[in-house]
Ligand binder design. Structure first.
Ligand SMILES: *Cc1c(COP(=O)(O)O)cnc(C)c1O
Length: 394
């Protein structure tokens, strides 16, 4: 064999993948298909779906319209289909903002927004548990990326105090944290933003559709939406579709149209999806009863986990972690639960910090009480003998 050619080939990847496997951190794509009633077909078996973001069960109700499957160009060329413009009007109305701007996905929205709003000489103040897309956007922006301890407003304030020399300051946080299911301290963030002359951006990916009047999110739930400069949301979670947006004042949107590279240098959302997303926004706004059901399901599920003495961290929403600490324990627990018909996956570093591996339960409005009861019985049975960390709220 010609080793010189091999040395220049892709062999290093196999080596790294083997290392990941040794550490128990190798990731695999599984075949999965969401089914109605909060179920999922995972690797060919039908399980209770406790790991999707389709919190309201809206996805299965959306109908495919006959509309163009491609935008055919960037929105600044000929990709700005009327369906996208109508969708933006609906989103601005949902958030009671002057305007909204649709992006290809939440990842693209965060990348485009952060790189447009901050650059060299500016500072982005970011919660340590922010979503990867916010971290990547901050890194790519060339601004100083200042990370404050999770939900620690005193720490954030001390960092803002030291930041007087930055040209512009942007505070950015998940509204509901994706791996912990706790909420940002919106009132405190608004106060600090005002005191230190910063902009405030909230990523409402997991709160959009779920919290607030009409599903307008966490800041709306607190009556503070108008104090948030940049509302980012995705259409891929409670909205059950795909695509994402930023909502805010007209100058913000006009500025992003001119500066957000993920908007300018990427094709427009397919009109087909924009039409489906319009249905989704309409349904989400009307989904008060589902929101009530979702919160009730989540509250009961969390309380039952506490009763089992399990550690659900700081969750207060439909995202409920079961913290196992060790990676292997999370992986083993996930395997046993799937075997028992409970569709969950282990979350390991680097998605969460070291020694904080977990099972992440996502509750849905469409979960039936008896299905959740069965899942809890399986969890009780499975956790016995695994020596899990004790919760503090039993
Ligand atoms: C899922 C998620 C995103 C990315 O949204 P997509 O539309 O799926 O790309 C961004 N931020 C947070 C907090 C998320 O959970």
């Amino acid at each position: 064999m010609n080793t010189a050619r091999l040395a220049g080939s892709l062999d290093w990847m196999a080596v790294e993948l083997a290392e990941l496997a040794d550490q128990g951190r190798r990731r695999h794509l599984r075949q999965a298909r969401a089914l109605p009633g909060g179920k999922v077909e995972l690797d060919g078996r039908i399980l209770l779906n406790l790991c999707s973001n389709n919190y309201l069960g809206i996805m299965e109700e959306l109908e495919a319209p006959s509309e163009a499957a491609g935008a055919t160009a960037s929105r600044l060329i000929v990709g700005n289909h009327p369906a996208i413009i109508e969708l933006e009007e609906m989103l601005a109305e949902l958030h009671q903002t002057e305007a909204a701007l649709v992006f290809g996905s939440g990842y693209l929205a965060n990348l485009g927004c952060l790189t447009a709003l901050a650059s060299r000489g500016d500072a982005i103040y970011a919660d340590k548990l922010n979503h990867a897309s916010l971290i990547d956007g901050a890194e790519l922006s060339r601004a100083t990326h200042v990370r404050y301890r999770h939900n620690d407003l005193d720490h954030l304030e001390s960092l803002l105090k030291q930041g007087a020399s930055y040209r512009r300051k942007l505070i950015v946080s998940d509204a509901v944290f994706s791996m912990d299911g706790d909420c940002a301290e919106v009132a405190g963030l608004v106060e600090l933003k005002d005191r230190y002359g910063a902009m405030l951006m909230l990523d409402e990916a997991h709160s959009g559709g779920v919290l607030g009047p009409g599903g307008a999110g966490l800041s709306a739930a607190h009556g503070l939406a108008e104090h948030v400069d940049v509302h980012m949301g995705t259409l891929s979670k409670a909205f059950g579709c795909y695509g994402a947006y930023v909502a805010g004042k007209r100058p913000l949107i006009d500025y992003l149209v001119n500066r957000a590279r993920s908007l300018i240098y990427s094709s427009g959302l397919p009109p087909l999806l924009a039409k489906v997303a319009q249905q989704a926004v309409g349904r989400v706004r009307q989904a008060d009863e589902r929101r009530r059901q979702l919160h009730q399901n989540a509250e009961l599920f969390r309380q039952d986990l506490w009763k089992l003495g399990l550690d659900t961290g700081s969750s207060t929403t439909q995202i409920i972690p079961l913290i196992t600490g060790a990676d292997e324990t999370a992986v083993e627990l996930g395997r046993r639960l799937r075997k028992a018909g409970v569709g969950v996956l282990a979350i390991r570093p680097p998605t969460v910090r070291e020694n904080a591996a977990r099972i992440r339960f996502s509750i849905m409005a469409t979960h039936q009480p008896e299905d959740l009861r069965r899942a809890l019985a399986a969890i009780a049975e499975t956790c016995r003998g695994l020596n899990l960390p004790k919760g503090s709220r039993t």
